[in-house]
Ligand binder design. Sequence first.
Ligand code: NAP
Length: 310
Amino acid sequence: MTINVLFSASDERWANYRAPFEAAFAAAGLDVAMAREFAPDTVDYVVLAPGGGITDFSAFTRARAVMCLWAGVETMVGNPTLTQPLTRMVETGLSEGMREWVTGHVLRHHLGMDAHVRRSAPVWEQVSPKLARARPVTILGLGVLGTACGLALRGLGFPVTGWSRSPKSVEGIRCLSGPEGLEEALRGAEVVVLLVPATPETENLMNPRTLAMPARGAHLLNPGRGVLVDDAALLEALDTGQIGHATLDTFRVEPLPADHPYWHHPHVTVTPHIAAETKPEFTAEVLAENIRRGEAGEPFLHIVDRARGY
Ligand code: NAP
């Protein structure tokens, strides 16, 4: 029987995702009808991006799963009408994109590139950067993306510490976990990268107390979620020099309002939530595999744990 897949996302995503999805379904031998509208009680799988428009999932009585195109599912995980299994996106394009964004911005500051790129006068000042091995990096969140970034930075020579909720072991990375491991993870870090999900436990993870823990002048990168940072505390830490620079890709309100102090702060770099985006060709393979699993009665990949919130 034909499998009905409802695609609930923007016009632009529909245009970009439709052909790769249909190709992946065909390659997996799945007889799928994918459309942007169905009678809700005829839908077998709901594929959606946040902002796709569905807020009440109770009419999707036949749906075997709701599949999010994003890695972060904080806008869906607490929805009481969403009782179907919820999967999030894990695909190689996201990991590669995040690895490139994080290593690029870490290297920018590590090498002091701004002094040369933004030079306005002919000053011959030979300040050679220290080696990566002398600049400790801490990644808060040692999941799919945090681990990919940690291993890349380790490969460049940085001593990397990773912090997670449950204990972990990743070769080449000093692994710490739980609330009791946070201070040790942050103490002395010269770069801090936030890659935990937005949950009630991680809101304001970077606050006056924790922003004081890294080395003075540390560089903070937040490609995770805006709510991880107490914005007022960060602005204060930037003004005192405790945090030397913040490179922020995610914000409490997106797009970041034009009058937000981050836009004009000399020690803040704003990037418009572009660190890592799901790529249609890789996403299609993951979705096709998950639908195949759903049809075969096998467990779904990348299922969200509602109790943990991610
Ligand atoms: P993931 O695989 O679920 O990893 C999350 C990590 O955070 C895990 O190591 C987890 O610990 C840890 N964690 C969760 N709650 C914690 C807590 N209370 N204390 C300590 N550690 C905690 O997620 P991911 O795929 O790496 O993605 C991470 C986040 O990146 C997403 O949630 C999303 O918000 C963000 N993201 C941003 C962009 C962008 O373009 N800016 C793109 C994609 C994703 P355990 O290992 O013990 O579970």
